[in-house]
Design a protein around this ligand. Structure first.
Ligand code: F6R
Length: 256
């Protein structure tokens, strides 16, 4: 795992955007794994700037979102379909039909989840998966105790996740109870992982992910097993790391 500590969350976005662009350089049809939530917003804003500057072109890119709520119409403004369209597809100039979001509104959720998995395989796999981390260590909506080999499927949200996401809804009762999420196995198949986190609230879980044991109780700790996992965090999110000095040293002493 490569850990980069940045002075602030804007820098997290800039460094993460660099990583994403480097990892898809030269590809006519890059395949992006897309996270929703607050953490990657600076990263998407920077990708938008870089695309407007002509550094990168996402019009041929394919996209696969991590997750979706069950039971929300894809037209609902808080569905992840709409969120991804608003915060990623439009700003980056991606083609909406080339971006898939798991279907949480299908009559047969399991069949829809399997189709989603097949579409990733047909696309040749994900080049770079963008990730945030939940306060309980989830990635996607793989809540603690999720299987390390799980694939896209229906999951039940924990109360902690529903509380965390209540900020997006007018009334706590309307936060959905279930979701369809890429599995941990699905996420681990991506060729590159770019995880972004910022703020003191994430400090404990970031330390558990990077320095703790690999355990289903902190699903993000599975990133320790990925060959190309880049974790980009700000000082506040790094504040509980024992090895923060080491990570700073590594970043500023790269071999020539
Ligand atoms: C979003 C997702 C989640 C979030 C995580 C952090 O698609 O899969 O794992 O990345 O809950 O959310 P924020 O960034 O809002 O703190």
């Amino acid at each position: 795992m490569e850990v980069v500590i940045c002075p602030d969350e804007e820098q997290v976005g800039a460094v993460a955007a660099d990583r994403v662009i480097t990892q898809i350089a030269g590809k006519h049809t890059p395949v992006l794994g897309l996270a929703t939530g607050t953490s990657p917003l600076n990263l998407y804003a920077e990708l938008q700037r870089r695309s407007a500057a002509g550094d990168v072109d996402f019009s041929h890119a394919l996209g696969f979102a991590l997750d979706e709520y069950v039971g929300l119409d894809p037209q609902h403004p808080l569905s992840y379909r709409q969120t991804i369209d608003r915060t990623v597809v439009k700003p980056l100039g991606m083609t909406p039909e080339r971006v898939r979001v798991p279907n949480g509104f299908a009559a047969d959720l399991e069949a829809a989840a399997n189709e989603f998995e097949d579409a990733i395989v047909e696309a040749g796999g994900v080049d770079v998966q963008i990730l945030g981390i939940g306060s309980n260590g989830h990635i996607g909506f793989n809540e603690p105790t999720s299987s390390f080999s799980s694939r896209t499927r229906v999951k039940t949200l924990t109360q902690q996740t529903r509380d965390d996401n209540a900020r997006f809804f007018d009334d706590d009762e309307t936060v959905p109870t279930h979701c369809v999420s890429q599995g941990l196995g699905t996420i681990m198949d991506a060729r590159n992982l770019v995880m972004v986190a910022s703020g003191e609230k994430k400090a404990d879980v970031v330390a558990a992910m990077i320095e703790g044991p690999v355990t289903a109780m902190c699903p993000a700790s599975l990133l320790q097993f990925h060959r190309r996992a880049f974790v980009i965090i700000d000082e506040a999110a790094a504040s509980k790391l024992q090895y923060a000095e080491y990570f700073r040293h590594v970043a500023s002493h790269q071999p020539a």
